[in-house]
Ligand binder design. Structure first.
Ligand SMILES: *[C@@H]1O[C@H](CO)[C@@H](O)[C@H](O)[C@H]1NC(C)=O
Length: 456
């Protein structure tokens, strides 16, 4: 213990000289789980080389305690008022701790796979879900330049019930995260909801004006939010799946304040600089109800491969194409069965059609730059996120049920999956489906056609 207190003292001195430096606790060494993936060149998956990657858990999940002391700075869903009277004081007084990935967070990596458990009962706390980022090395996120490339992964989400979401997506986070050390402790998250549930925004604590959640004992909403473009390659459970670009202006990390953030965490969902809704392709939502699910064409009771192509060049993202592979069979994304909709991929035209056919009253994707915005973000390089979560705002009904729930499910766009409108309540799934997990594995990335044999 003596040595750890000494380290804390050194950390405190170092941080005094630099702005927005995080204090780092020394009770638990930060050791990123190692996870390999493959960079492919050539054709049909024939020449792929192994990349030794590692993953890091987001700083929001970490124990935050007083510098040199076990006392919590953030306890449950509230900040300690003595240490965190101001954001500046809080940033100085509180230390982020290293993670025990498997024991505390239910996260394990093994060769090319990553397993995320839903509920993990630790010694001191019960952890719900997790969010991890792929790293290039200890201090840098891997930046994936998506345009002209395809991204392939295997997923087993057979245990993900209504209300859970095993997500794999990209966001325009800064390569080094925020503050020092940044990415090593999983800082710098942002997304198209302009996330306000973050304990740190822009490298500083988000304690001032924090409102604890009324229905989530681990979360709350701060004054500041972090916005950036988001490419949801995969939001799914065993019932439904969606592929969804979200545009932003600007695409890169930007800090917003209060209701001006828009998104899930603000009173006016459409006030912000990002598209909170997205332009999605969910097979069920476009009328193909027998395509995805247990026992269906893509059988979610077993593992399968998901391939997403980012067709285009330069900053021009023309088309998002999807294929699946299961039992050695390549399965094309289905053609929509809603009158007026055509094409099995996402293009700007697809989004324009969706806006009309689904009679959306607001369609923020186009207001914030549409595919052109997504293209700029994708060309710049984006951080790979893998997460498992439940939804304290809408019970994930926008993914797997009828939504908005009060609308007639016969109206195109309302029915998104087979789950009941009463399903997905966090308190229910956290108790009844606590042992659920998602496994992501066999990630491959490279030019179009390099990861698999694409049918003509
Ligand atoms: C989730 O929990 C419910 C209630 O116990 C159970 O019926 C269901 O099978 C579980 N779902 C999955 C996918 O394990």
């Amino acid at each position: 213990m003596v040595s750890s207190f000494a380290l804390q003292a050194i950390a405190a001195v170092l941080s005094a000289s630099s702005v927005s430096a995080f204090q780092i606790g020394s009770y638990q060494t930060e050791t990123h789980p190692k996870m390999t993936w493959k960079r492919c060149t050539g054709k049909g998956g024939s020449s792929c080389t192994t990349v030794n990657g590692e993953v890091v858990i987001d700083s929001n999940w970490r124990w935050l305690h007083k510098v040199g002391d076990y006392a919590n700075c953030f306890d449950g869903n509230t900040w300690d008022s003595a240490s965190c009277g101001t954001n500046a004081a809080c940033t100085k007084n509180c230390a982020l701790e290293g993670a025990d990935y498997s024991k505390t967070y239910g996260v394990t990596a093994s060769s090319d796979s990553l397993t995320l458990k839903f509920v993990t009962k630790g010694e001191y706390s019960t952890n719900i879900g997790s969010r991890l980022y792929m790293m290039k090395d200890t201090n840098n996120y891997e930046m994936f330049k998506l345009i002209g490339n395809e991204f392939s992964f295997d997923v087993d989400l057979s245990q993900l019930a209504c209300g859970l979401n095993g997500a794999l997506y990209f966001v325009s986070m800064p390569q080094k995260g925020h503050g020092t050390p940044g990415a090593k402790y999983g800082s710098g998250y942002c997304d198209a909801q302009c996330a306000r549930d973050l304990k740190f925004v822009g490298g500083e604590a988000n304690a001032e004006g924090w409102v604890p959640s009324s229905n989530d004992k681990n979360a709350g909403v701060g004054k500041k939010g972090a916005c950036c473009a988001e490419m949801d390659v995969w939001e799914a459970n065993s019932i439904s799946t969606a592929l969804t670009p979200h545009s932003c202006k600007p695409e890169g990390y930007s800090v917003c304040t209060e209701d001006g953030c828009g998104g899930t965490f603000s009173n006016d969902r459409y006030a912000g600089s990002c598209d909170a809704n997205g332009c999605d392709f969910n097979p069920y939502r476009v009328g193909v109800k027998d395509f995805y699910g247990k026992g269906k064409t893509v059988d979610t009771s077993k593992k399968f491969t998901v391939i997403t192509q980012f067709i285009g060049s330069g900053t021009n993202l023309q088309e998002l194409k999807r294929f699946y592979i299961q039992n050695g069979q390549v399965i094309k994304n289905p053609e929509p069965q809603v009158p007026g909709m055509t094409g099995n991929s996402i293009t700007q035209e697809w989004c324009n059609t969706q806006e009309k056919v689904f009679q959306e009253e607001v369609y923020p994707f186009n207001q914030h730059g549409g595919m052109a915005s997504m293209g700029r973000a994708a060309a710049e390089g984006m951080v790979l996120v893998m997460s498992l979560w439940d939804d304290h705002y809408a019970n994930m009904l926008w993914l797997d049920s009828n939504y908005p729930t009060e609308k007639d499910p016969e109206i195109p766009g309302v029915a998104r999956g087979e789950c009941s409108i009463d399903s997905g309540k966090p308190e229910v799934v956290e108790s009844e489906n606590a042992s659920a997990k998602v496994v992501f594995s066999n990630i491959k990335f490279g030019p179009i056609g390099s990861t698999f044999n694409q049918p003509a």
